[in-house]
Design a binder for this molecule. Structure first.
Ligand code: FAD
Length: 396
């Protein structure tokens, strides 16, 4: 069986869920890694170390930044060209992508372009005859649904941390097949205008998440002293970011904390935010509403810090601390600094004015400039192949 796995990365930094998907793909047969980006040698090497047998690579300046159109069309082109396990072009039987934002983008666009069925967020996959069957959690993870796709290949996105990450084996190598990009620079309708580079790991693949809720803004002593709750909440989140940086983990937030302006939507966890499944989820001042639980209750160990002993979060928590989080969080941060010995540029030491400037500078979602151009969805394969053989002839 031939499996194509999309290796997700941000500017060349691999998303570990990609390696989990390669590990899963090896159970089905020959694994080709789809690598799209610029200066991709390290990614390609890592894909082999984690288990890919070959790599289909589009390494070009036009795809140095992720955009849905050039990446999805590149993936579609790889699918159409097929794998080459024994020197002959073969069709893929299964297309796997990590269920990350980019993975879902590419899966959806490719399903339309290739007229294939797509199944998302799989936590188990089996193949029976021409049917690809997945299991995925649904209705806020209350039930598990089995879904069947009858197109071959099927496109499946795989939930991060649902499968083990294989051990990398430095000696592993594979064959590399270079492919030209599917879109020319002038055909790509979007161009990134700036990124907020986060120092923390991606929420989807983080092993430890420290998350804050609306309780972050409720420091009774400071409120009595006249400090506004939204200022306390914002400061609290800066301390969470510092704690996360010292521990090398990610920060999450409840929707109410986001709506109160304590934090940003990109880290909201829950039904209308991100779904995460870390080894440890540390919840500060989060009540545990069902919509929040939908995004984190599959975490291996949940630790809740809440002033209310009856807060529903304690029903799912393995460890609970009934206390004022504003007394616990600074102590935890000091302990983490002492034990790890890490020194960081502390956000929590900033003045509010600096915080606002910093928020404007770093907590900014990518913006895109749009230009409407006539983007061909169908490629002229003959012309494309001719271009590629011309390029090969020139380089030879
Ligand atoms: P609260 O419920 O107000 O809880 C704050 C907690 O902090 C309380 O338990 C309190 O005891 C504790 N606390 C207060 N002060 C302290 C202190 N000093 N020390 C320790 N503990 C303290 N919510 C999400 O999170 N994610 C979603 O994706 C999401 N999607 C939704 C979708 C829909 C359609 C709807 C209707 C709601 C959604 N919600 C979502 C909102 C959800 O219902 C809750 O309102 C929200 O999760 C509550 O956030 P919270 O726990 O931070 O706040």
């Amino acid at each position: 069986m031939n499996v194509l796995v999309y290796v997700d990365h941000f500017r060349g930094n691999p998303i570990p869920a990609s390696w989990e998907v390669i590990g899963l793909a090896r159970q089905f047969g020959h694994v080709a890694a789809a690598i799209i980006g610029y200066q991709t040698e390290a990614l390609t090497r890592a894909a082999f170390e984690y288990g890919a047998d070959e790599a289909l690579v589009i390494d070009d300046k036009t795809v140095d930044e992720y955009r849905p159109e050039p990446y999805a069309s590149a993936f579609v082109k790889m699918v159409r060209k097929g794998a080459l396990p024994d020197g002959t072009a073969k069709k893929f039987d299964l297309l796997l992508l990590p269920n990350t934002t980019r993975g879902r983008d590419i899966a959806a666009i490719s399903a339309v372009d290739l007229n294939l069925g797509a199944l998302v967020d799989a936590i188990a996959i089996s193949i029976e005859g021409n049917e690809t069957i997945i299991t995925r959690p649904a209705y806020s993870d209350k039930v598990l649904i089995k879904e069947i796709c009858t197109t071959r290949p099927a496109i499946v996105t795989v939930r991060p941390r649902a499968f083990p990450r294989p051990q990398p084996q430095a000696w592993r190598q594979g064959t590399v097949r270079q492919i030209r990009p599917a879109m020319k620079k002038s055909e790509i309708p979007t161009s990134p205008d700036g990124y907020a580079l986060e120092r923390m790991p991606d929420l989807g693949s983080a092993a430890l998440i420290v998350a804050g809720g609306y309780g972050m803004g409720n420091d009774a002593e400071r409120i009595q002293a006249g400090v506004a709750e939204n200022i306390i909440g914002r400061e609290g989140f800066y301390l969470l970011y510092d704690l996360a940086e010292v521990l090398g983990c990610a920060v999450g937030a409840s929707r109410k904390a986001v709506e109160a302006g304590f934090s940003v939507y990109s880290i909201q966890i829950g039904q209308t935010g991100r779904v995460v499944s870390p080894q440890v989820y540390l919840a500060f001042g989060i009540s545990g509403a069902v919509q929040h639980l939908a995004g984190m209750k599959t975490s291996k160990t949940i630790i809740a810090i809440n002033a209310d002993p009856n807060a529903p979060i304690f029903k799912v928590a393995r460890y609970g601390v009934v206390a004022d989080l504003h007394k616990i969080l600074p102590v935890l941060y000091r302990q983490a600094k002492e034990r790890t010995g890490r020194r960081i540029e502390e956000r929590s030491a900033m003045s509010l004015a600096e915080m606002d400037a910093n928020a404007r500078r770093t907590i900014r979602t990518p913006r895109y400039s749009y230009e409407v151009v006539d983007t061909p969805r169908e490629f002229n394969w003959e012309e494309d192949d001719r271009e590629e053989s011309d390029a090969t002839a020139k380089s030879a």
